[in-house]
Write a protein that binds this ligand. Structure first.
Ligand code: PLP
Length: 410
């Protein structure tokens, strides 16, 4: 019955825009689409967690598992992952100016240089490449806040299968247009990632398509984990203090942590979240997955209200903590990257740089080697103006703080 009701609420927009392009379909949300697991989660406000920028939000662990059975599985899955049919081994580049400014050796893992300008094709392809001929024949469906869509679309094109992509209506145009250009059918649905996901799951049942989750699946996590494998190889055994990883649903950091903690357990794995999209930090504090009452959408790539079950389990076991950063700090890091490499990162893509910067300053790190994952570059051109303004505010705030602390020192 629920499926039938949702099917009735679905319609495909047939109108064309002035430029002749067809807008993606827009559909009504059915309340029956809400997943019971998600609705059972404790609801918390992002503001309920306050901490000084750069300080680590600790992980509440039920048990510390140094080498769990799951981690052994992930090690094998990462090593046998198929991502290189579509992804490149991204460069690990030295951030010369930032290193000098911070007094550390900062390296950037350039996932923004992937063919679809983010790491998301690794996990999507690793899962889809394992589907049977019959499953590929029936096609796939996914929900995405942006970059996963392009990962699924490029993987579907490579594997020759049909793909439907459901994205929230807030998705930047550059992201849904790119998925469409890659041959996928794009449907804009719901105001949040969760609403888009509920709808995609219903259609998956109705149409017999395979659902490709953006983060909470072992093959997706293992695909993202190949980034950890590359970092370890590229560093050639050099000492490494920490890897900073942006966190949305947690697939990227779960994969990296599961791999790195097995082969280099001394390396800290630190997640970075925006202060108003801190579902992982709050879940780790409470010792259970929580649902954010609302989520900030500035870094749209990581704007999720609840992290995954499997990603949470891995993060609880392996993470050293989470750093929270504000919008201004993210914009300063976008500017830093531009000054460093003349590249423009999207907000979620610059998140790890902002976290590394704040952490190094807060803990007064000197001479250590740290890596930050620059995870994506799919930014709407129109957003650049706001980023420039906020970056200037952020820089001014930093100089005020620097002056104040210099005064305190005397
Ligand atoms: C650019 C970018 N960075 C980071 C993330 C976070 O990845 P995850 O959801 O696996 O935590 C995403 C997710 O889509 C992303 O698009």
């Amino acid at each position: 019955m629920a499926a039938a009701a949702a099917a009735a609420s679905f319609h495909t927009a047939s109108s064309r825009r002035r430029d002749g392009s067809r807008p993606p379909s827009r559909v009504a949300v059915s309340s029956a689409a809400t997943s019971p697991t998600a609705s059972a989660l404790m609801r918390v406000a992002p503001e309920s967690l306050r901490c000084v920028s750069g300080s680590l939000v600790a992980v509440t662990r039920k048990r510390r598992v140094a080498a769990s059975h799951g981690a052994v599985d992930y090690l094998t899955s990462v090593l046998s992952s198929k991502v290189y049919d579509v992804a490149i081994e991204s460069p690990l580049q030295h951030a010369v100016k930032l290193s000098e400014r911070l007094g550390v050796d900062l390296w950037m893992k350039r996932e923004d240089l992937q063919p679809v300008f983010s790491f998301k094709l690794r996990g999507a392809y690793n899962m889809m490449a394992k589907l049977s001929g019959e499953q590929l024949e029936r096609g796939v469906i996914c929900s995405s806040a942006g970059n996963h869509a392009q990962g699924v679309a490029v993987s579907a094109k490579t594997l020759g299968c049909d793909a439907v992509i459901v994205m929230p209506v807030t998705t930047p145009e550059i992201k849904w247009r790119s998925a469409e250009r890659l041959g996928a059918t794009v449907v804009l649905e719901g105001d949040s990632y969760e609403e888009a996901q509920s709808y995609a799951k219903l259609r998956c049942v109705q149409e017999g398509r395979t659902f490709v989750p953006p983060f909470d699946h072992p093959d997706v996590i293992a695909g993202q984990g190949t980034i950890g494998m590359e970092i370890v190889r590229q560093l050639k055994g050099r000492p490494l203090h920490a890897v900073f990883v942006p966190v949305g649903g947690g697939g990227l950091i779960a994969g990296i942590a599961a791999y790195v903690k097995r082969v280099r357990p001394e390396v800290k794995i630190i997640g970075v979240e925006p202060s108003d999209a801190n579902a992982m930090a709050l879940s780790l504090c409470h010792g259970q997955r929580v649902m954010l009452e609302h989520v900030g959408g500035f870094a749209d790539g990581v704007a999720v209200k609840a992290v995954g079950e499997e990603t949470f389990r891995l993060c609880r076991d392996h993470l050293d903590g989470i750093v929270l950063v504000g919008r201004d700090a993210i914009c300063v890091s976008i500017k830093d990257m531009f000054e460093e490499k003349r590249s423009i990162l999207e907000p979620a893509g610059a998140l790890a740089l902002a976290g590394a910067d704040a952490y190094c300053k807060y803990y007064g790190l000197r001479g250590e080697t740290v890596v930050a994952i620059t995870s994506g570059a799919n930014m709407n051109f129109d957003q650049l103006r706001l980023v420039t303004e906020l970056a200037n505010v952020g820089r001014k705030r930093e100089s005020v703080l620097a002056t104040t602390s210099a005064e305190w020192a005397f």
